[in-house]
Design a binder for this molecule. Structure first.
Ligand code: PMP
Length: 405
């Protein structure tokens, strides 16, 4: 088991300074930093075996294709999907949801049908469904949230009906940290045979994800939020759904036979992987998942719980600081405001102290509106953060308050 210094040493960027102060990186919800093994894996592709996958007969193409398909197997095992065919590489969560919204819309959605979302969704899990609903004449229904940031389950049950074509829900709110009761949400939808998509963008990096145990029909996530490269992500789908859905992009590799009259499609998962995918990033993602496994997902979950409780206690001791999102089930993300001080001012002053936090609406304007605010400061912590960094944040916030007093 590595100690925290050894873990931090795995992430070269954590050792840098900002404005001549040690970097305190608390913006992991936006993107995580990369361990050296991931950076090395990417470099290794380009330095020693770069070639387009699934196409050449030559040696390098064979190595790259095999590494890419092994990466798919790593993802399958990491999320415990039943089959490799159920794991589609995409450009990320946004790419996955846009693709799925198109395909589901084309195949299953008609005028008057409904899609259920929650009030906690990121724009990436709102806008693609809206675009599809506009095309198809369908309607979005929204599960409300209470003052703590939990969805109101009875309201959800009321929304489910024979008109519901899909429930698309985040596993964890990026804006306020709530962990949603996805197992219960899925079980309730399944009593009416309604499929459920889980947005795992903020879920996959914080604990064990088991799509079979969850029994979700689709699960999407981004590599860059789980210590992997940018530009890669996944769309997991149960085979029974993926085989029924039409592709969302046409192009090379996703086809079987092409004539000008008609095209037949490739088998799963290639039907959904048109064109040259970012195979180096897929290999980097698999390396990141391997790294996470080596640290231990149970360890990560436990350590982040400790960080959350330390940070919550520390920040709540600051007079005038209010936390938004007080669910009993939260990941290590704290959204807050300081009385009478705009979030941008807080964020900009903290930045000058080397502390990186996010400010604004966190691409979740509806939930901000729900609480009558136009944004928050968000500190999103992960297992490489330390209690000392939380102390630095708390001291920085005290300084901001003094400056505005
Ligand atoms: N859903 C949630 C809950 C997110 O937090 C994010 C990223 N902030 C996204 C979707 C979109 O992810 P990406 O930008 O990597 O596609």
């Amino acid at each position: 088991m590595k100690n925290i210094d050894e873990i931090r040493a795995d992430f070269p960027i954590l050792g840098r300074r900002v404005y001549d102060k040690p970097l305190v990186y608390l913006d992991n919800g936006a993107t995580t930093q990369k361990p050296r093994v991931v950076i090395d894996a990417l470099a290794d592709v380009y330095l020693s075996y770069n070639a387009n996958i699934h196409r050449g007969v030559h040696h390098l193409s064979d190595i790259a294709s095999e590494a890419y398909e092994n990466s798919r197997e790593t993802v399958r095992s990491f999320i415990n999907a039943e089959k490799r065919e159920e794991v589609v590489f995409t450009s990320g969560t946004t790419g996955s949801i846009n693709g799925l919204a198109f395909s589901i819309g084309e195949r299953f959605v008609n005028k008057g049908d409904e899609i259920i979302l929650s009030h906690l969704e990121h724009h990436a899990n709102i806008v693609p469904w809206q675009m599809m609903c506009e095309r198809k004449g369908a309607i979005i229904k929204v599960i409300p949230v209470d003052d703590n940031g939990d969805i109101i389950f009875e309201e959800y049950l009321r929304l489910l009906s024979s008109r519901t074509k899909l429930v698309s829900i985040t596993q964890v709110s990026n804006a306020i940290g709530t962990v949603l009761p996805v197992n219960e949400i899925i079980a309730a939808a399944h009593t009416l045979n309604i499929p459920v998509m889980i947005d795992g963008a903020q879920g996959i990096q914080h604990g064990v994800v088991d799509v079979r145990e969850m029994d979700c029909d689709f699960y999407v996530f981004s590599g860059h939020k789980v210590y992997g490269p940018n530009g890669i992500g996944c769309l997991y789908g149960k085979e029974k759904w993926l085989s029924e859905l039409p592709p969302f992009q046409g192009g090379g590799d996703m086809v079987d036979q092409v004539t000008f009259e008609k095209t037949t499609y490739n088998e799963l998962p290639f039907k959904f992987e048109a064109g040259t995918t970012d195979y180096p990033a897929a290999i980097g993602l698999a390396t990141a998942l391997g790294y996470v496994t080596s640290i231990g997902r149970n360890y990560i979950e436990q350590r982040e719980k400790e960080l959350l409780s330390y940070a919550t206690e520390r920040l709540l001791s600051i007079k005038g600081l209010k936390i938004y999102g007080n669910s009993a089930r939260k990941i290590s993300t704290i959204s807050f405001l300081l009385e009478g001080i705009h979030q941008y001012d807080t964020g900009m002053i903290l930045d000058k102290m080397g502390i990186a936090v996010r400010t604004g609406t966190h691409c979740a304007q509806p939930v901000m509106k729900r609480y009558g605010i136009d944004g928050t400061v968000r500190a999103s912590l992960c297992f490489y953060n330390t209690n000392q960094e939380i102390d630095t944040l708390a001291a920085g916030i005290e300084k901001v308050i003094k400056m505005f007093a």
